[in-house]
Design a protein around this ligand. Structure first.
Ligand code: SF4
Length: 114
């Protein structure tokens, strides 16, 4: 099976053509650098995403958060359900873990809140 992808690793956005059979990458064309090959293999075999969102705080406001590592793309909905149920206790500093071990990633604050 042939898949067409746009590499999202840098702003050049190379158009990649990937031959995939039985979850194995047989050939990659269109990448200008080796990072495109790594991206195409990951995207075809085990696609992952970093999630950015907000978590409710105990004062009723919000704090910006993200996963500290990419998680499997097919777990994004379940991860968002965890994020939506979480409540951060203020004060919160950048890098504080708000929720531990969500599909192998921690949900961490990306802003300071008092
Ligand atoms: S293949 Fe390399 S040069 Fe092309 S978009 Fe990806 S990272 Fe950038």
């Amino acid at each position: 099976m042939e898949r067409k992808l746009t590499c999202i690793i840098c702003p050049l956005g190379c158009e990649l053509t990937v031959q995939v059979e039985d979850k194995k990458v047989l050939d990659i064309k269109g990448n200008t650098c080796p990072r495109g090959k790594v991206y195409a293999e990951s995207e075809c075999i085990n696609p992952q995403r970093t999630i950015t969102s907000t978590v409710r705080c105990n004062d009723g406001g919000l704090v910006a958060v993200k996963t500290d590592k990419p998680i499997p793309k097919d777990k994004m909905t379940e991860c968002m359900a965890v994020i939506n149920k979480a409540v951060a206790t203020l004060p919160v500093s950048i890098g504080d873990v708000i929720v531990e071990d969500v599909f192998g990633s921690n949900i961490v604050a990306t802003q300071n809140r008092k």
